[in-house]
Design a protein around this ligand. Structure first.
Ligand code: AMP
Ligand code: GLY
Length: 420
């Protein structure tokens, strides 16, 4: 069986490594993948947004099943295009991917179907937004409507900062057309939890919960990044919270999407905040989170391909989705300076002893040797019986990866360890 995975980061490497446990799979193609995955997949030099080239490749190479992992191709309709030529996919179609593709859509969906989220207003007119900010509660949160490489959210501590944020999005278009509409929403407080779920549009099966570490520096300081590390399970996500989320958020969201004729199939990611007034949705993603996937999939005991196909076929309720007991921790190793300016092109040496635990995000092969080629270079994951042991093991493995200007947070999982 031939599988194609669209995307090229650490998340895709984690998906590919997990898929490889299925012995029916004879070949996995990564489009475009990256040099660090060359031992696990055949790299194909086609960008994740080049839908027509992806479709041609699938047709010409007799692909049996495709996994579309990143937000961009999902929102662009990659799954629809592959389905049209008869190829089954893991991932939502374009109509359903809008749950991540438009914040205005997702906020209005939650309001219409009573799904708990922050209070908000939508603006398409700059002056109206500025006027609203004269009296809006501060701090406030400004969000660009469309995809913005995970950077479209600004938390403003003062009225002036809020106005500046709105101007930068609506007038200066720092996020392009994504900022034509903005959502201005209530600032919420509380621990954050990521819950990835499998769904076939009828059944929703949450995966083990996780915690991202989005800030660049220790102690949650510095700029927001794509994620500097993760742990799973998230200790704030108790059984009681899980039950409440299932009843008030997960099932209502699946039902709401069906009611809107936008049945969601694939991985639906719930970014939650556990506020004093109960769990609320901060954001939906229409895909596996990164680096959450790098702790969630290593804890998955069941076969990933079987589950993925069940989400496509609508048979998820018959499917075994089991996670191991214990915990996982992932430490992201980045290029010093990320998420701003950084140098790359350095030799990347991953000792054989830790190869299985490494998910490469930013590397390329140059004359057969691996060089760094990105801000986030890779994630190092360990699983263990307890969270403390997983964290120690992950940091132990970090010592077996070398590249110049390597930077990583030293406190991944520290906050989670302090939860009583
Ligand atoms: P992302 O959407 O992944 O760029 O992340 C945005 C981050 O901003 C979230 O992980 C939260 O930490 C924060 N955030 C987003 N919305 C709110 C809100 N309404 N109140 C407080 N923090 C928020
Ligand atoms: N880790 C958050 C995301 O994947 O968007």
């Amino acid at each position: 069986m031939k599988i194609m995975v669209v995307g090229g980061g650490g998340r895709e490497h984690a998906i590919i490594k997990k898929l490889k446990e299925n012995k029916e799979i004879t070949e996995i193609f990564a489009l475009p993948g990256n040099g660090g995955m060359a031992k696990d997949a055949t790299l194909v030099n086609i960008g994740a947004k080049d839908i027509s080239a992806i479709v041609d490749f699938a047709k010409n190479n007799n692909i049996d099943y495709a996994v579309v992992a990143p937000d961009d191709p999902l929102v662009l309709g990659c799954v629809d295009a592959l389905n049209e030529i008869g190829i089954d996919c893991f991932g939502p179609n374009k109509a359903a991917a809008i749950i991540e593709g438009s914040k205005v859509f997702s906020k209005n969906l939650m309001k219409k179907y009573n799904i708990p989220t922050a209070e908000y207003e939508v603006f398409s007119d700059l002056d109206a937004a500025l006027k609203y900010l004269d009296t809006a509660p501060i701090p406030t949160v400004i969000k660009a409507d469309g995809l913005a490489l995970g950077k479209g959210v600004i938390i403003a501590e003062t009225r002036e900062d809020a106005k500046e944020a709105v101007r930068s999005m609506m007038e200066d278009k720092i996020f392009g057309e994504s900022g034509s509409n903005v959502v201005i929403e209530e600032f919420l407080t509380g621990p954050e939890v990521s819950v990835l779920s499998f769904t076939d549009g009828k059944t929703v099966v949450p995966m083990v919960s996780s915690m991202d570490h989005k800030r660049a520096l220790d102690g949650d300081k510095g700029l927001n990044t794509g994620g500097m590390g993760t742990i799973a399970p998230n200790p704030y996500y108790t059984e009681a919270v899980a039950k409440e989320c299932m009843e008030k958020i997960f099932i209502p969201t699946i039902n709401a999407m069906n009611a809107e004729n936008r049945t969601f199939k694939g991985c639906l990611y719930f970014g939650l905040m556990l506020t004093p007034k109960g769990p609320k949705v901060i954001e939906y993603n229409c895909r596996f989170g990164d680096p959450e996937t790098q702790v969630v999939l290593p804890l998955l005991e069941s076969d990933l391909l079987t589950i993925m196909k069940a989400t496509t076929n609508g048979t998820l309720s018959d499917c075994d989705v089991k996670f191991k007991d214990g915990a996982a921790a992932c430490v992201v190793m980045a290029s010093l300076g990320y998420p701003q300016k950084y140098d790359s092109g350095f030799d990347l040496i991953i000792d054989k002893s830790v190869e299985d635990s490494v998910y490469v995000a930013g590397a390329k092969l140059v004359d057969g040797s691996l060089k760094t080629a990105g801000g986030r270079v890779l994630g190092v994951t360990a699983t263990a019986g307890s969270l403390g042991d997983a964290i120690n093991a992950a940091y132990g493995k970090v010592n077996f990866v070398e590249f110049e200007n390597a930077y990583y947070r030293k406190d991944i999982g520290k906050k989670a360890m302090e939860v009583k």
